[in-house]
Ligand binder design. Structure first.
Ligand code: MG
Length: 369
C-alpha cells in the first residue's frame, strides 16, 4: 500500500525538479547508496544525508577544532563548526540562485571538513609527517571520506553513514569513490561540488579577515593596501554594514557572472555535459582571482605567519606528534578497539583516533601521557 505521504513526497520531488537547471543533480539523485534503502516518508534523499552528517559525532566535535586560532582562546573566533556552517550557507545560496541542488550542496559543505584534525593545518602537517614515517600519509579530505564511509555509524547493519554517492564524490574532489559500482571511471565534479569548493574559499577569506582584525593581528589601514579590501570598504560606506559581508558579496557576484559565462562558452546543457567536461565551471573571473591572490598573500603574511599564530601552531604540532608516538608505542583501549572494529593497522587506528580529537581533548591527553 502506498502511504499518502509517499505520494506527496513523489509529487514534491517532481515539483522540486522543475525548479532545477538541466545540469543540476536531480532531487532524487542518480547513483543511490552502497546499501540500498527504502525512500523516506517525507525527506528528499540528500536531506537524509544532511541529517546523518549533522547528527554524527564527528560533526559535533568540529566545535572544538581550530580554524586558525587555537579554539577556546576567544569566544568569537571561528571554529571548524562555524566555518562549516558558513560554507553551507554560502553554498546553499549560490546553488539556489543557479538552479542547482541545494540539499546536495549543503550536505557536501557540512561534511567537507569532518576529517580535519585538531590545531588546523598545523595538526594536519604533523599527522601527515608522522604517517609518512609509516609509509603512508594524511590528508583531511580523505579523512572526511573515511569518517562518513567507515568510522561513523548510522545502522548496526553496516559501517559508515551510507550516504548517497554524489556526496562521497563531492568529498573526494576529482576522484571516484572506490566502492561505487555505478562509477568505474573518474568523472568531473558536479556543479554542486564545485560550488562547495569555492564557497569554502569565499567563507574562509571573509572570516579570516574578520578574525584577524578582531585579534588585532593587522588593522583596517594595512588591509586597505589590497585592492579587494579597498573595494569592499568602498561598498560598505553607504550601507554601514560589515566588511566581511561586503567581501563575500563581491566574490559571490563575480562568481555568478563568470560561471554563467563559462557554462555558455562550454555549451553546457545537461548533467552529462557537466560530468564529461565541466571542470572549473564554477569559478572567479581572472581579475577577481588575481585580487584574491593578493588578499590571500596579505593574510598569509600577516595572519598565518604571525608570531602569535605560529606559536600556537607549533605547540599544536608538538602535541599531535607526541600523541601519535605515545599511542603507537602504547595503544590505549580506544586505539585497540578501532583496530579490531575496522581491521586496520596500529598506525591507521592511532591516526583515526588522534585526527578525531578536539584541540582541548588533545591538549589534555598530551598532558596525561
Ligand atoms: Mg573548509
Amino acid at each position: 500500500m502506498v502511504l499518502p505521504l509517499m505520494q506527496k513526497l513523489q509529487d514534491r520531488i517532481v515539483a522540486a525538479n522543475t525548479l532545477l537547471a538541466a545540469y543540476a543533480v536531480p532531487i532524487e539523485g542518480t547513483l543511490g547508496r552502497k546499501h540500498p534503502e527504502e525512500p523516506d516518508e517525507t525527506r528528499f534523499p540528500f536531506q537524509r544525508d544532511r541529517d546523518r552528517i549533522i547528527h554524527s559525532l564527528a560533526f559535533r566535535r568540529l566545535k572544538g577544532k581550530t580554524q586558525v586560532f587555537v579554539a577556546g582562546e576567544g569566544d568569537h573566533y571561528r571554529t571548524r563548526l562555524t566555518h562549516s556552517m558558513e560554507v553551507a550557507q554560502i553554498s546553499r545560496d549560490i546553488a539556489r540562485t543557479m538552479g542547482l541542488n541545494e540539499d546536495l550542496a549543503e550536505s557536501i559543505a557540512l561534511a567537507h571538513d569532518l576529517g580535519h584534525p585538531p590545531f588546523g593545518h598545523a595538526g594536519e602537517e604533523a599527522l601527515d609527517a608522522w604517517m609518512h614515517e609509516h609509509g603512508s600519509h594524511f590528508e583531511h579530505n580523505e579523512q572526511s571520506l573515511r569518517i562518513v564511509t567507515t568510522l561513523e555509524t548510522h545502522s548496526s547493519l553496516h559501517t559508515g553513514l551510507n550516504l548517497s554517492f554524489e556526496i562521497l564524490e563531492g568529498l573526494m574532489k576529482h576522484r571516484t569513490p572506490h566502492d561505487s559500482p555505478a562509477l568505474d571511471h573518474p568523472r568531473k565534479p558536479s556543479l554542486e561540488a564545485q560550488v562547495v569548493n569555492i564557497a569554502d574559499e569565499i567563507a574562509y577569506t571573509g572570516h579570516d579577515c574578520d578574525d584577524g582584525l578582531r585579534a588585532g593581528l593587522f588593522d583596517k589601514s594595512a588591509l586597505m593596501n589590497t585592492p579587494l579590501a579597498r573595494e569592499a570598504y568602498a561598498c560598505i560606506v553607504p550601507r554601514g554594514t560589515s566588511f566581511r559581508g561586503a567581501l563575500i558579496h563581491l566574490m559571490v557576484s563575480d562568481l555568478y557572472t563568470e560561471t554563467e559565462r563559462r557554462l555558455a562558452l562550454k555549451n553546457i546543457r545537461t548533467l552529462q555535459d557537466i560530468y564529461e567536461r565541466a571542470e572549473d565551471c564554477v569559478a572567479f573571473s581572472e581579475s577577481m582571482a588575481k585580487k584574491l591572490v593578493e588578499l590571500r598573500t596579505f593574510l598569509w603574511n600577516n595572519m598565518y605567519l604571525h608570531p602569535e599564530v605560529r606559536k600556537h601552531s607549533s605547540q599544536g604540532q608538538a602535541i599531535v606528534t607526541e600523541l601519535c608516538q605515545r599511542l603507537y608505542a602504547q595503544p590505549n583501549d580506544k586505539v585497540v578497539t578501532l583496530m579490531k572494529v575496522h581491521s586496520c593497522s596500529a598506525e591507521e587506528a592511532v591516526k583515526d583516533y588522534v585526527a578525531g580529537m578536539t584541540d582541548v581533548f588533545a591538549t589534555a591527553n598530551a598532558r596525561d601521557l
